[in-house]
Design a protein. Structure first.
Lengths: 132, 161
């Protein structure tokens, strides 16, 4: 279950217009640093893997998830939350390579893995004996 | 809107993103608040549990609750008499050697309960969890449902006579 990283410029204008009319919310996220990666977990209940879109453009990683409208049948007795799409974006430091991010969605949770940029990884400098 | 359960789960109204405020700091630091009071800052549930929506049809009550990351076997839905409770636990453990940079998602045990004003049919309660959304259908007991009594309308002519 992988979500493609796409370029936002590829998005058709009509779709962008349709999306702007829908209510949307900011999902809760956990961010974890692990080895040479940063992991972002986002709660996106109601979204299937194919509903989730992650884009990276000019240092900004943007996530959008469409949620189909759900209405409980009958008369509402208690309403504690509203249903809408999910949207959030993150500015990455240059140490992380958003273009090589990968994403998985399972049970309404997105896991984004963003690797460290190659230039930012620590590497050992070889020391040689000088001549003389 | 009846909010009997003060809850950290209530979602804020649609907003034009709090991003800018959040973006800059999170790669570099954790807030002093989260360092000093990890339990409060880290999405632990102080009270109750996830928000839910409840509705009533002529024959059932319907409940919906957002439980991302949970499978149905991790959730306990029980009906005792007229009292429903939904319990579960979400663990958000991280691998050894990993470090938290930000923690907003709820974790830990949760429990919510609701008392109904009529008998329910416990044998026909149905629950499903899809894409992190729990849906529970609670059929009303036959005895609790109002019987519709057909009303005979006599014709006006008959009444006049």
């Amino acid at each position: 279950m992988r979500t493609e990283i796409t370029n936002p410029k590829d998005e058709p204008a009509s779709r962008a217009a349709a999306e702007s009319e829908r209510p949307y919310f900011t999902p809760a996220v956990d961010i974890v640093r692990y080895k040479e990666e940063v992991l972002i977990y986002a709660d996106l209940p109601g979204s299937r893997p194919e509903d989730v879109e992650v884009t990276f453009d000019r240092g900004v990683l943007q996530l959008r998830a469409a949620v189909s409208r759900r209405v409980l049948p009958g008369q509402s007795v208690r309403e504690e939350y509203a249903v809408g799409d999910w949207r959030r974006s993150f500015t990455l430091s240059e140490d992380y390579d958003g273009a090589r991010a990968s994403a998985e969605v399972e049970a309404g949770v997105l896991c984004l893995r963003i690797p460290k940029a190659v230039e930012a990884r620590a590497h050992r400098v070889q020391v040689r004996a000088g001549q003389g | 809107m009846n909010r009997l359960f003060p809850s950290t789960w209530l979602r804020p109204a649609p907003m034009a993103m709090e991003l800018d405020r959040l973006i800059q700091d999170f790669w570099t630091s954790t807030s002093p608040f989260s360092a000093a009071m990890p339990e409060l800052a880290a999405g632990a549930l102080a009270d109750g549990g996830p928000a839910w929506n409840v509705s009533e049809t002529p024959t059932t009550f319907e409940i919906e609750m957002e439980l991302p990351g949970l499978a149905l076997e991790n959730v306990e839905v029980t009906l005792e008499g007229r009292d429903l409770s939904i319990r579960g636990e979400r663990k958000t453990a991280i691998p050894e050697g990993a470090s938290w940079q930000r923690r907003e998602r709820f974790h830990g045990k949760f429990s919510r309960s609701l008392h109904f004003g009529m008998d329910l049919d416990a044998s026909r309660v149905a629950a499903r969890l899809e894409q992190g959304v729990l849906s529970v259908t609670l059929p009303k007991a036959e005895t609790a449902m109002a019987r519709r009594i057909p009303i005979q309308v006599k014709s006006i002519e008959a009444k006049v006579q």
